[in-house]
Design a protein around this ligand. Structure first.
Ligand SMILES: *Cc1c(COP(=O)(O)O)cnc(C)c1O
Ligand SMILES: [Zn+2]
Length: 423
């Protein structure tokens, strides 16, 4: 395959619009605004179409003109294109007409949407010549950096709060990465990573490579639109940690409209957080654009526990621009959300998925999402990684001896069987 022409033109400050070269930098020198990828949209509009996209392999890289690397992907070329599942039983339970689940619990290779961002960040890291890659993580990012770096032959360091779920820690260690547990909250981990990135010049996917990393999230939005038959859902409910995924799904929808892939139809992006760490949702509810940091997050939803969200302000702007709202839910409601999704859609999500389902339910019940409009819930990580959250809360197996009589005595009381049992 030949190299594609460069559709990805520059990095650009989100505040002042100054252009920067496509290097491992992430902050504007003039106003400290975050840098993001900029593209030649006219060139893209002339060169892509629904037909061209549809003819490509079913991965996130079928949208490669709108992703910030120069060549073809060298890391995570198989990532993405997870199922969009129509969930009629869950829709009936929630009292809505049309509900889909974007199921990133089965993203390749580490079962969360973070494989999307890492695929872009590490492909770009290789283009920029980094030998060592690293990240600050609440768990899923660490898993994905570790796995994708191992596959690509890059050395990796992942820095995490020391108290993460066991499965997320093991899910990094197994790849032979250097796992550094920090006694502290995510914000402190992140601050340390900024110092290390400055001093050692490693490729930190969510620090100096953040403009590349963040763009990977757009692929979730592109896929939703394509899988719905090239149209936008009226409502998209998105879990928020730093707030990046929400802003990038919004950007993806805007870009698809801008380059003529989609007709412009109204849509709203809504944000979901756990009450114990809900700085963005709290600001949205108060109708302020000042995100007040949460110094000491207290929630079982560790993957979303970022007290000082880097993209909080932009997430608020995305919700405001699209008429979206935010909600938050308690840890008990998180467990309820996980169970609803499992029992009514057959999908086992991690705690962040429970947040999305429970917050969507609140947005529906309060009328912020009308019952007759189409809804997509972004489910971002697999439940096997956060089993402790529901341990003992879904019942226990009933134990018997290997005897047909004991089995029949047991099931005789089950509603699905009672009265129909042949004895
Ligand atoms: C990282 C993460 C998110 C959202 O992260 P942002 O920082 O807001 O982009 C959502 N769900 C899961 C499971 C995650 O790991
Ligand atoms: Zn600037």
């Amino acid at each position: 395959m030949s190299e594609q022409p460069s559709y990805f033109s520059n990095l650009k400050c989100r505040e002042c619009g100054r252009l920067y070269p496509k290097e491992a930098i992430h902050i504007c020198e003039f106003d400290f605004g975050p840098l993001e990828a900029a593209y030649d949209y006219e060139l893209i509009a002339r060169n892509i179409s629904r037909e061209i996209i549809s003819s490509r392999p079913q991965t996130m890289w079928r949208y490669r003109e709108l992703l910030p690397i120069d060549g073809l992907p060298t890391v995570g070329a198989q990532v993405g294109f997870t199922p969009l599942v129509r969930a009629d039983r869950l829709a009936a339970k929630l009292g809505v007409e049309e509900l889909h689940i974007k199921n990133d619990t089965v993203n390749y290779p580490t079962l969360s949407f973070k494989d999307r961002v890492v695929s872009v960040a590490l492909s770009r890291a290789k283009e920029l010549g980094f030998q060592i890659v690293a990240c600050a993580s609440t768990g899923n990012l660490a898993n994905s950096v570790a796995a994708n770096a191992a596959a690509a032959g890059l050395a990796s360091y992942v820095l995490i709060p020391a108290d993460l779920e066991r499965s997320k820690v093991v899910g990094s260690l197994v790849y032979g990465t250097q796992v550094i547990g920090i006694h502290g909250a995510y914000d402190q981990v992140n601050r340390l990573c900024s110092e290390i990135a400055g001093k050692y010049g490693w490729g930190f996917v969510n620090v100096n490579l953040r403009p590349y990393y963040a763009e990977g999230s757009k692929s979730m939005g592109f896929e939703i639109a394509e899988q719905l038959g090239w149209k936008l859902p009226r409502h998209t409910v998105i879990p928020m940690a730093s707030g990046s995924l929400l802003t990038k799904i919004h950007k993806a929808y805007k870009e698809f409209i801008g380059v003529g892939i989609l007709d412009e139809t109204p849509y709203s992006v809504h944000g979901a957080q756990a009450t114990g760490c809900s700085p963005i949702a709290a600001a949205q509810k108060k109708a302020t654009d000042i995100v007040k940091p949460v110094p000491n997050p207290q929630t079982i939803v560790k993957s979303l526990a970022i007290g000082t969200p880097a993209d909080g302000y932009y997430a608020l702007r995305s919700m405001q621009e699209t008429g979206g709202s935010a909600e938050d839910c308690t840890d008990d409601e998180v467990v309820e959300g996980i169970r609803l999704l499992a029992e009514y859609a057959g999908i086992f999500a991690e705690t962040a998925g429970g947040v999305t389902v429970s917050c969507a339910k609140k947005l529906i019940d309060s009328g912020k999402i009308p019952r007759d409009e189409s809804i997509v819930l972004c489910i971002t990580g697999h439940g096997l990684k956060t089993q402790e959250a529901i341990h003992g809360k879904c019942g226990e197996p009933r134990l018997i001896n290997p005897s047909l009589r004991e089995f029949e005595a047991l099931i005789a009381q089950d509603p699905a069987v009672a009265g129909r049992l042949k004895v």
